[in-house]
Design a protein around this ligand. Structure first.
Ligand code: BES
Ligand code: MN
Ligand code: ZN
Length: 501
């Protein structure tokens, strides 16, 4: 999607569709049954105010979030259509909602065969923030996962104009950066969307290599021999059961002029299919385990965005990619594995494989000189029990690191919630035969999984993102298709940028 900034009066812009946000200005108690919304378009353009006045006063428009109303041949406007997207209460409206409103506009218009439109940045949100939110949200809305359908229409918006006021150069920079982030998020979603027969560890590594060559990143891929030679016993224990060779993907971003420190390490879980291994999963819903490489795909997409945005900070992206399969070569419950760090692990459940591959990924990142670590993984069903589908779990062993991440995460408009990592939980993963066990029993499963990872991050400031409940949209929403969400990429990119500011 091409994006441009325009300073023209909305009414004077020739476009297939002009989009304006409608907000409810009423201060009445929302629980008041007799409350009537006071709906207003968020533009000072009097022509638009007057074309929409009758509709907004008709009582037919509720003003509830993401309601859409389309007017054809609006008088006084050069645009062929006017789309009103409701954003709910004016008091609560923020760039978080604006992002979703932009996605809603894209999905409403593209399903009608429209290819280009202009979006009026609403008054009330600073222009640069608005532009970012609109362009990012529009990209999110533009993605559809129906690649293998013969009747795929591949309807897409090609061209987005954002109508705003402010410094042209600054707004264009915001739009370009948001476009890079939006495209990278969709690149990640493309990877996650592929089924496991079309996204093996080898293919994932090839896709990463191709992307790295395009954006000027160094990329190395190591296979089974090197993984064994480096004594990545935890990673290998998962890979050993599969006929598909594993891949350790290492992407390096070292811009000239970046300080020697920090070196940020982004480590992703890249299980291209998780059967559970010998502790095999039930058949029901197992097909979804193709998205168990979402953390890895997020890191690959984040590296793409970082290479194009060029912040002056060193970043290394690491993805531990393998299938988790049962076979005659597969590891078995009770097996003891020695991780790269030297720690011994009793494998109680072969389905707790993500933490095994990440254990070596995190240790390896430290060996490469990373001073700060972030991992992303579809790690546990337990995080879905705890937080549902609307918040990813965040774990941190360092408050400064958490605060910085939280700020980035808020700016990026993604929802995440901090979970505890108290020492007491460690008792649950104590083993009688080895240093630790790979499961901690029924209670607090997302936390004990994170405690396991903490044993490998050790003293290095570290953030763990459990995206099991958020990486895949179970249902479509007005602003996003059902399928891979690309969650966490925007937060990671903001986080990396914060070190270069
Ligand atoms: N990949 C799964 C976690 C998962 C569950 C991701 C649901 C997405 C949706 C992970 O490898 C796993 O199987 N975890 C087990 C751990 C248990 C055996 C300790 C789980 O959560 O059940
Ligand atoms: Mn598993
Ligand atoms: Zn898994």
């Amino acid at each position: 999607m091409k994006t441009t900034i325009s300073f023209s009066t909305p009414a004077d812009l020739e476009t297939e569709a002009l989009v304006a946000i409608v907000l409810d200005q009423s201060n009445a108690n929302p629980n008041d049954k007799n409350k009537k919304p006071e709906l207003k378009v968020t533009t000072t353009d009097t022509a638009i105010q007057s074309v929409s006045a009758d509709l907004l006063a008709s009582g037919e428009v509720s003003g509830k979030t993401f309601e859409t109303n389309l007017l054809h041949k609006p008088t006084m406007l050069k645009a062929r259509r006017l789309l009103l997207v409701s954003g709910g209460s004016a008091k609560k409206f923020s760039s978080y909602d604006l992002r979703r409103a932009a996605g809603t506009a894209v999905r409403t218009l593209k399903s009608r065969g429209i290819r280009s439109f202009a979006f009026i940045a609403p008054a009330g949100i600073p222009a640069e923030e608005s532009v970012r939110a609109i362009v990012e949200g529009a990209h999110v809305g533009n993605f559809d996962p129906d690649y293998y359908r013969s009747d795929r229409k591949d309807q897409k918006i090609d061209m987005l104009t954002v109508i705003a006021n402010g410094d042209k150069a600054a707004l264009e920079k915001a739009a370009n950066e948001a476009q890079i982030v939006g495209e990278s998020q969709n690149f990640t979603r493309d990877l996650v969307n592929e089924p496991s027969n079309r996204m093996t560890p080898t293919i994932l590594a090839e896709r990463a290599k191709k992307m790295c060559a395009e954006v000027g990143l160094k990329c190395e891929v190591y296979g089974p021999d090197k993984i064994k030679e480096m004594k990545m016993g935890a990673f290998w224990s998962v890979a050993q059961g599969s006929d598909e060779p594993p891949a350790l993907i290492v992407m390096t971003y070292e811009p000239s002029g970046a300080p020697a420190k920090p070196v940020l390490g982004l480590v992703g879980k890249g299980i291209t299919f998780d059967t559970g291994g010998i502790s095999i999963k039930p058949a029901d819903g197992m097909e979804k385990m193709k998205y168990d490489m979402a953390g890895g795909a997020t890191m690959i997409g984040a590296m793409r965005a970082i290479a194009l945005l060029k912040p002056k900070v060193k970043v290394i992206g690491i993805v531990c990619a393998t299938e988790n399969m049962p076979s005659g070569k597969a590891q078995k419950p009770g097996d003891v594995q020695i991780a790269m760090s030297g720690k011994s692990i009793e494998v109680i459940n072969t389905d707790a494989e993500g933490r095994l591959v990440l254990a070596d990924g995190l240790h390896y990142a430290k060996q490469l000189g990373c001073t700060n670590l972030v991992d992303a993984a579809t790690l546990t069903g337990a995080v879905v029990v705890a937080l549902g589908f609307n918040n990813a779990g965040v774990f941190a062993n360092d408050d400064d690191m958490y605060n910085r991440f939280h700020a980035a995460n808020t700016k990026a408009g993604e929802k995440m919630w901090r979970m505890p990592l108290d020492d007491e939980y460690k008792e649950q993963i104590r083993s009688s035969i080895a240093d630790i066990m790979n499961t901690g029993g029924r209670w607090g499963g997302a936390i004990t999984a994170a405690m396991f990872l903490k044993e490998f991050a050790e003293e290095t400031p570290w953030i763990h993102l459990d995206i099991a409940g958020t990486a895949w949209m179970e249902d479509q929403k007005p602003w996003i298709a059902k399928g891979p969400s690309g969650i966490a990429l925007r937060s990671l990119v903001e986080f990396v940028k914060s070190f270069a500011a």
